[in-house]
Design a protein around this ligand. Structure first.
Ligand SMILES: Cc1cc2nc3c(=O)[nH]c(=O)nc-3n(C[C@H](O)[C@H](O)[C@H](O)COP(=O)(O)OP(=O)(O)OC[C@H]3O[C@@H](n4cnc5c(N)ncnc54)[C@H](O)[C@@H]3O)c2cc1C
Length: 489
């Protein structure tokens, strides 16, 4: 038996069900394959930051697989439609008997996987799908009425109970194969990625210094956090000026580390208790479950993959159109210092602190009253950890159109948020150097707090009045809800 592992967002060999089972069932070699679909990826708004990270992860994966005598083949086909034919041709050429893959949950990805399963089925090659990306398959955590959860806390409670009933196992890396079936392919060079529309030139700041690729690095990052960061996580996680979070999101998004590994390691340090014990650990595990929740929603409520509001009640809501405001937001020149710092962090590092993601998302959708889809798209183009489930979930939460969303009348004031979470202004100083000389009070609202002395050619005046736009947003939502059609989800 010769097997093939199709890697996707599970770029690791440890705790990878597809790798493990492909190896277990094979006595005549295992082949790995990764498919690059540049046009489709760009259509999904993946940018150079994410693509370059994937390239680095592939280099590491290829090396780890060579140690196991598993060659990694690379298939390039512009769109998902080309995948079944290209994979089947490779499998036929290499005499493959079985295909193993971890499941993905976005609508287009599920369609692609079904096409592949059909094509392989027609060719009498068995296809085995595995759980690699989540703790439980979407659909396995359901309400008493056998419905999908749309609220986080009961979902989490049910998941924790299920864990006690049926704990998912962590699998080790498999033993090496006796011999390589064929040569591994080279990982395409940056020049080739450029022809596909992903330019990794320094001005696009894809930051290999911040985000080294691969499983070994992800493990090291997690172990360091477990040792030095997790116990203080609850107290430090909301301060963007410090490294208070694990910064594992790109590694979870591309599967260099999996959620089972993380939850088991956390529980081992907390007497296997989800609820009590160290608050840093219980909080951290809860954040991993937010990610899980958003993956489950992709299957339970597939409209979120199709640019639709989760809460269809808002389908007729009219957002503003204002290209200048949107451009100022993207470029970090809104004149609201915490918003500008956060957007510049995103633009220069490919990552943004969670607290700041919520602040800029509320600012865009409430103060500017711009459509959450604009923000979601821009984030996806820039983020190294861009993930449809979490990104969409975060945006719809912030714009009050999502599951378990912030109620429309709770609108963050970015200045109070800044004073509370960046009290010394250190985060702002890092990303908005033109404000570096201001003191810890002035920096949160530069123009108002320097008595107008601060030159607006050095730093812009706020593009909107925060108080007035907050009231306008609440009024718009209220009016819409009173007059608009209210549908039951
Ligand atoms: C508007 C908006 C957009 C977002 N877009 C993304 C995205 O594209 N990709 C992404 O991975 N996360 C996204 N998030 C969630 C969150 O901001 C990031 O996961 C987190 O900031 C990553 O940093 P970390 O790894 O240090 O997190 P930690 O605080 O160390 O948390 C550990 C892990 O838990 C998960 N997690 C933490 N918070 C959340 C959350 N609120 N929702 C879902 N998962 C969470 C992530 O996988 C994270 O790596 C978004 C949040 C908002 C508000």
């Amino acid at each position: 038996m010769r097997t093939m592992v199709w890697f996707r967002s599970d770029l690791r060999v440890g705790d990878n069900d597809a790798v493990w089972h492909a190896r277990q069932r094979s006595d005549d070699g295992v082949v790995g394959v990764f498919t690059i679909c540049p046009d489709q990826w760009r259509e999904h708004d993946w940018g150079p930051m994410k693509a370059d990270f994937i390239r680095r992860c592939l280099l590491e994966l290829r090396a780890s697989l060579v140690e196991l005598n598993v060659p990694l083949k690379i298939v390039v086909t512009p769109r998902f439609e080309g995948v079944p034919g290209a994979l089947l041709a490779l499998a036929t050429e290499l005499g493959i008997d079985e295909l193993h893959m971890g499941r993905e949950y976005e609508v287009n990805e599920r369609k692609r996987d079904q096409w592949v399963a059909d094509a392989f089925g027609d060719a009498d090659i068995a296809v085995h799908r595995h759980t690699n990306k989540v703790l439980y398959e979407p659909g396995q955590i359901r309400t008493k009425e056998d419905k999908w959860y749309s609220v986080f806390t009961p979902f989490k409670k049910r998941l924790y109970a299920r864990w006690d009933e049926e704990t998912p196992e962590v699998l080790p890396a498999p033993p090496p194969c006796d011999a390589m079936v064929c040569e591994a392919d080279p990982i395409p060079e940056p020049g080739e990625w450029k022809t596909w529309g992903f330019d990794f030139a320094p001005e696009h700041a894809t930051r290999p210094d911040l985000w080294p690729g691969g499983e070994a690095h992800a493990t090291e990052r997690f172990e360091h956090f477990l040792e030095a960061g997790i116990r203080g996580y609850k107290d430090r996680r909301d301060s963007p000026a410090i490294n208070g979070t694990s910064s594992l999101s790109p590694y979870l998004t591309m599967g260099c580390i999996g959620p089972r590994q993380i939850v088991h390691a956390c529980l081992d340090q907390n007497r296997h208790d989800f609820w009590k014990g160290n608050a840093g650990i219980t909080h951290y595990v809860s954040e991993i479950i937010w990610r899980e929740f958003y993956q489950h929603l992709l299957v339970g409520f597939p409209r979120v993959c199709k640019n639709r509001n989760f809460n269809t009640e808002y389908d007729g809501f009219e957002w503003n159109n204002n290209d200048e405001h949107f451009a100022a937001w993207c470029e970090g020149r809104t004149g609201v210092s915490i918003v500008d710092a956060a957007m510049r962090q995103l633009n220069t590092t490919g990552w943004m602190h969670n607290r700041c993601r919520m602040i800029v998302a509320m600012f865009l959708t409430k103060n500017l009253l711009l459509d959450w889809r604009l923000g979601e798209r821009y984030f996806m183009q820039k983020l190294v950890d861009g993930d449809l489930g979490s990104n969409n979930g975060g945006w719809q939460w912030s714009s009050s159109t999502g599951t378990d969303a912030a109620p429309y009348f709770r609108v963050y004031n970015p200045i109070s948020q800044s004073e509370r979470h960046d009290p010394e202004g250190d985060y702002i100083r890092t990303y908005v150097p033109e404000l570096a000389e201001l003191d810890a009070k002035q920096i949160h609202d530069p123009h108002a707090r320097t008595g107008g002395l601060f030159a607006s050619d050095l730093y812009p005046e706020p593009i909107v009045d925060l108080k007035g736009t907050r009231e306008r947003a609440i009024e718009a939502f209220k009016r819409y809800r009173e007059l608009g059609e209210v549908r039951v989800i």
